[in-house]
Design a protein around this ligand. Structure first.
Ligand code: NDP
Length: 325
């Protein structure tokens, strides 16, 4: 048995219930992980609210770290007792134990704690594919990255600095601006009171940008497009303010033959080799000190509703983890 968060209907944080669940023996391609820490991500809110669909009832969460308790018969790269983490898994990581897809599970180096791993597997692997695969940043570029003081955002700030890229980060308060800059943002824009395209032009001496990374969605979509140079790339990778819908493709022509992609980590983390290669890059940056994992909030699993409320209300900075003992 395992304590786990389950929902039987979509709705607000009140639908999250801590219950006892049976954890079956792992399937051939699965690993049972006894969690020590679990990551909170904005995607968990989309599944809770019903913006993203999954057959009910179901658990929540995709990211966790702990010790392998059992492995399926086809699993060769990890064994019982290994310290491991994963950032993409069948939904249900808000739990003491969970059966993760083996291809998503990586061994943890000694210098990474369970808490750090739970705070960065999903978020750090996301920044890896955004910066190294979706658009391969070389250094010397200036980019716009929304929600720069968030969980994904603070890793992005540090990764950009490590690459020599000038990251302009949007934030909603002076406190968040200071945190983003401490973590390597070259400049910040408070999008609750400043005009994003105007501020970008001021900061760049009138130039637009080759790429914009937008996880805010509905509220920033058009302003983001206005920051991109002709034939540049819009990476729309989230919906914190609501989804972008009903787009007239003509807007991409009007704003300069722009490209748009709507990527997901799942499509990039499609094999064990790809997950391991991306994790090695992330872990290397942590080992060298160029990425420090910033855990802004810690909760018990029983307080999942409070944790999600804080994330949705923009009250968090950096990552949030659930501590499981
Ligand atoms: P964050 O910690 O970044 O929290 C979301 C942030 O979005 C808030 O702190 C807030 O920052 C900003 N925001 C802007 N408008 C709103 C709004 N109306 N309501 C709530 N927040 C708002 O979350 P995560 O690090 O977990 O994820 C960041 C984003 O990246 C999410 O949109 C997530 O879905 C997306 N994502 C996408 C992935 C993919 O592969 N496609 C993978 C991982 C994450 P501020 O107060 O500064 O405005």
């Amino acid at each position: 048995m395992s304590k786990a968060i389950r929902i039987t209907q979509n709705g607000g944080p009140e639908v999250l219930k801590l219950v006892d669940v049976e954890v079956p023996a792992p399937a051939a391609d699965e690993v049972t992980v006894r969690h020590h820490a679990v990551g909170l991500n904005f995607i968990d809110i989309y599944f809770r609210s019903g913006l993203y669909k999954h057959p009910l009832p179901h658990g929540l969460g995709n990211e966790a770290a702990g010790v392998v308790e059992a492995v399926g018969k086809d699993v060769g790269h990890v064994k019982v007792g290994d310290r491991v983490a994963y950032g993409q898994s069948p939904i249900g990581a808000y739990a003491e134990r969970h059966n993760a897809k083996a291809l998503q599970v990586v061994k943890l180096p000694d210098f990474i704690s369970f808490e750090q791993a739970a705070a960065m597997m999903l978020k750090g692997l996301t920044v890896q594919y955004l910066f190294r695969q979706t658009y391969r940043l070389q250094g010397d570029e200036t980019i716009l990255f929304h929600a720069a003081a968030g969980g994904v955002g603070l890793i992005a700030c540090q990764w950009a600095r490590a690459l020599g890229v000038k990251l302009i980060g949007t934030v909603s308060s002076p406190e968040k601006a200071a945190i983003a800059r401490e973590h390597g943002a070259w400049a910040t824009i408070d999008y609750t009171r400043e005009n994003i395209p105007e501020r970008v032009r001021e900061l760049t001496g009138g130039r637009k940008l080759p790429v914009v990374y937008d996880s805010v969605g509905k509220d920033t979509w058009e302003a983001s497009l206005d920051c991109i140079e002709p034939r540049g790339l819009m990476v729309s990778f989230g919906n914190a303010s609501g989804p972008v819908t009903g787009v007239n493709l003509g807007i991409l022509a009007a704003k300069g033959s722009l490209y748009v992609t709507r990527p997901t980590l799942g499509a990039y983390a499609a094999s064990q080799e790809k997950v391991q290669a991306a994790a090695d890059e992330l872990f290397g940056l942590v080992e060298s000190g160029r990425i420090k994992v910033n855990i802004g909030q810690r909760y018990a699993l029983a307080d999942a509703a409070k944790a999600q409320e804080a994330l949705a209300a923009r009250k968090t900075t950096g990552a949030t983890v659930f501590i499981v003992d």
